[in-house]
Design a protein around this ligand. Structure first.
Ligand code: DMJ
Length: 647
């Protein structure tokens, strides 16, 4: 390389004078600092930023194809604003070294009062209300750390059982006295047996059954974990009294559930299916095995929260603790329905481990959501875990948003109605939803539209049909003058979702239905016509039945049973279908694990007496795994009594 001679610069190899060298070096270092600093202002998705700022490597994550669930579902529905880039995930910028995280999660338990203080920045905040019963938790029950960053020996199952108002399985396992209803219930049990037997025969230990090709499906939503259908079925088998099958499932968990996998998992899916499934199996049966597996797995999810804001990223490597945002999510954002659907399970992880870290993590999410500006009081679906700001203004009660709202009201109910923060957020959100999203079609059907920066998309997803049940269970705790209104709204939404079923040839509902261009509760696009054994409509029938005892809900449930038998039952299991509008059905070759966990469970409960898993004692997580209401004051009394007896 030849350097041209500059004035004042000796030709001897860029021999500058000392003062010139100094000025030049100063200029150079200023330039480098400027460039490096600018990297921080680039969006997470910019490659340069990932290379220079990432402490973790960028890894591609492929997302499951055949089987549908919500994260997989997101992949199929990119909109213009969220085009999938390369399948590289945005790396976490914050700390992700698993050793550091382990030490964090193993720190000695701190009191919830201290937690609240820390989260609220030292002073109580009105909008960050921990459950009132926090002050009732027994400090004396906190002991030393155990295997899983927890004091798991301090939770007493016997105490917990005494604090339930009713026996979980009712007087006679919820058997209805009416013979016709009982016959229907038996039919649902037979469907469960058929689905389970075929899974066991052809796909045992894999995640889901492919009923046409008679083999198993693993997918890559669960970070290398196996047996999703087994974990999702434990409680369904148990409440249906299928003890032989339940014991096979339990034995598999004991001998074959390996939590030391090292793959990329959806934080949301692992939480709702595995953590939720193990927790409910524990609470129903008292088997310590399920508790320790739930705690072990729960701890592996914690590194996902190591972001600048504490909002977790969507994807986590269960082995290394490295986490990413989904490649398809705008600018490395996290998804409302994912980070907003952890609360129920995490509160129980804290209960069982006596380690407040899980509650702290989810309360921190709530704190941030309370603090930031909400357009018209609505919660958009995408949030940056780095800046803590909304990334785009798409609001939906269906996919991407759905279970966030569900977990607000259920957090309140699960706290024995002491969690006023959750209550306030839920009714505030519902008010905004009613003001901006709830619509009436020309034909008189009430529906929830989607909202894109103020413009309404007159579409409702099958997923959004859970909202009938949600609004129903929340009706009673609303303002007295609004209670009947909420119950009516819940009934109207459920009616609309039923219409989406009755207006199809198969009597099953499409993935999405519209209310524009003359359409009323029907899919107008080919891509919205499929049905993948989803539970949401039946879930709302079950809640509405429990709340009103209007026999139409049982009739609607039975219509769904007949339609499932007619269109989805194949030689070796149940399969989703590609087009609900044609009776010469084409099957998708997938028996979703949520069919066993949710669809069949909700049907069974619909045809059972209300004392099977009574709502006074249980809330269902978003995968239909029942979790008990936490009665802190009762547990406290029980603890005091125990102490008195032993003195
Ligand atoms: C389930 O995994 C859960 O119900 C989730 O909240 C929504 N999607 C599926 C069922 O459709």
């Amino acid at each position: 390389m030849v350097f041209r001679k500059l004035p004042g610069v000796s030709a001897s190899g860029m021999g500058l004078r000392l003062s010139q060298k100094f000025v030049f070096l100063l200029f150079l270092s200023g330039l480098v600092t400027l460039c490096f600093g600018a990297l921080f202002f680039l969006p997470d998705s910019v490659r340069l930023k990932r290379i220079f700022l990432s402490k973790t490597e960028t890894q591609p994550v492929t997302v499951g194809s055949g089987s549908e669930n919500d994260a997989r579902e997101h992949l199929k529905r990119p909109n213009k604003d969220q085009e999938h880039g390369p399948r590289a995930m945005t790396p976490a910028k914050g700390e992700t070294s698993s050793s550091k995280l382990k030490s964090q999660s193993r720190k000695p338990p701190v009191s919830l009062e201290a937690t609240e203080e820390r989260l609220a920045g030292g002073k109580a905040q009105e909008d960050l209300t921990l459950p009132r019963s926090k002050t009732e938790s027994s400090g004396s029950e906190r002991a030393t750390a155990s295997d899983h960053g927890a004091n798991s020996d301090t939770f007493s199952y016997q105490k917990f059982k005494r604090c339930l108002l009713k026996p979980p399985l009712g007087r006679d396992n919820g058997k209805p006295s009416d013979p016709k209803t009982n016959e229907r219930r038996e039919k649902v049990k037979e469907m469960m047996k058929f689905a389970w037997d075929n899974y066991k025969r052809y796909a045992w230990g894999k995640n889901e059954l492919r009923p046409l090709t008679k083999n198993g499906h693993i997918g890559n939503m669960f970070g290398g974990l196996r047996g999703a259908s087994i974990i999702d079925s434990l409680d369904t088998l148990y409440i249906m009294g299928m003890m032989e099958e339940y014991n096979d499932a339990k034995e598999w968990v004991k001998t074959s559930l390996d939590l030391n996998s090292n793959g990329e998992a959806s934080l949301f899916e692992v939480n709702i299916r595995y953590v939720g499934g193990l927790l409910s199996a524990y609470y129903l049966t008292g088997e310590e095995l399920f508790k320790s597996k739930a705690l072990e797995l729960g701890e592996k999810l914690l590194p996902a929260f190591n972001t600048p804001t504490g909002i977790p990223r969507g994807v986590i490597n269960l082995g290394s603790g490295t986490s990413w945002s989904w490649g398809w999510a705008s600018a490395g954002s996290s998804i409302l329905a994912e980070f907003g659907t952890l609360h129920l399970e995490f509160v129980h992880l804290s209960e069982l481990s006596n380690n407040p870290i899980y509650t702290e993590k989810v309360m921190n999410i709530r704190k941030l959501l309370n603090k930031i500006e909400k357009p018209h009081g609505l919660y958009p679906n995408f949030l940056s875990p780095v800046s803590g700001n909304w990334v785009q203004h798409h609001v939906s009660i269906g996919g991407l948003g759905d279970s966030f709202y569900e977990y607000l009201i259920k957090s309140f109910l699960m706290s024995d109605k002491t969690d006023d923060g959750a209550k306030k957020m839920y009714y505030g959100a519902l008010e905004a939803i009613e003001a901006n999203l709830v619509q009436k079609s020309p034909g008189g059907l009430t529906y929830m539209a989607e909202w894109r920066g103020g413009i309404l998309d007159h579409k409702m997803g099958h997923l959004a049909c859970f909202s009938g049940g949600m609004i129903g269970i929340g009706a009673d705790d609303g303002e007295p003058e609004k209670r009947q209104h909420f119950l009516d709204l819940a009934a109207e939404i459920t009616h609309t979702c039923h219409e989406s079923y009755t207006r199809s040839a198969t009597k099953l509902g499409p993935e999405g239905f519209r209310f524009d261009a003359g359409a009323e509760a029907t899919a107008t696009r080919l891509s919205d016509r499929y049905y993948i054994l989803r539970p949401e409509v039946i879930e709302s029938y079950m809640y509405m039945w429990r709340l009103t005892h209007d026999p139409k809900y049982r009739e609607w449930g039975w219509e769904a049973v007949e339609a499932l038998e007619q269109n989805c039952r194949v030689e070796s299991g149940f399969s989703g279908i590609r087009d609900v509008y044609t009776v010469s059905v084409s099957h998708d070759n997938m028996q979703q694990s949520f069919f066993l966990s949710e669809t069949l469970k909700y049907l069974y409960l619909l045809f059972s007496d209300d004392d099977l898993l009574p709502l006074e004692d249980w809330v269902f997580n978003t995968e239909a795994h029942p979790l008990p209401i936490v009665r802190k004051s009762c547990l406290q009394d029980e603890a005091t009594q125990d102490k008195t007896v032993s003195e």
